[in-house]
Design a protein around this ligand. Structure first.
Ligand code: DQA
Length: 143
């Protein structure tokens, strides 16, 4: 069972900077993730929240809730949240970090991820496809 987490401002997909993030909504993304999960033979639960603490609790509790891996787009928390980094490194499940946009081609502050180093891997710039690839990596890695 895979947990797909989206952080701050990703509830605004479709409305927010469509030139960067596209015109599809969070609902579209979550539906796609569920379809991809069905194709890969793994149940998927999608959650989004704008609050750091809520994301921390979902990461902390994921194993106890029966998940085997986490796909996370932490939004801007990626660039500064040591609390999220510690939550990821303090739990045993494999985590794949995803960014819809190519963060390395954008502002300097987006080039740094404080969370990527404690993740299994990071995918950036491939749009929603990144979530599917992250899910495949978790299924392939048996995690
Ligand atoms: C993002 C990139 C972050 O820099 C930004 O703060 C986001 C979205 C992405 O998916 O491309 O909120 O994580």
């Amino acid at each position: 069972m895979i947990l797909v987490l989206n952080g701050p401002n990703l509830n605004r997909l479709g409305l927010r900077e469509p030139g960067i993030y596209g015109s599809q909504t969070l609902e579209d993304l979550e539906r796609l993730c569920e379809e991809w999960g069905a194709e890969l033979g793994v149940p998927v639960t999608c959650r989004q929240n704008n609050h750091e603490g809520q994301l921390l609790e979902w990461v902390q509790d994921a194993e106890a809730h029966g998940f085997s891996g986490i796909v996370i787009n932490p939004g801007a928390l990626t660039h500064y949240s040591y609390a999220l980094r510690d939550a990821i490194s303090g739990q045993p499940l494999p985590v794949v970090e995803v960014h819809i946009s190519n963060v390395d081609a954008r502002e300097e502050f987006r080039h740094k991820s404080v969370t990527a180093a404690v993740c299994k891997g990071k995918i950036s710039g491939l749009g929603f496809l990144g979530y599917r690839l992250a899910m495949e990596a978790l299924v392939e890695g048996n995690g």
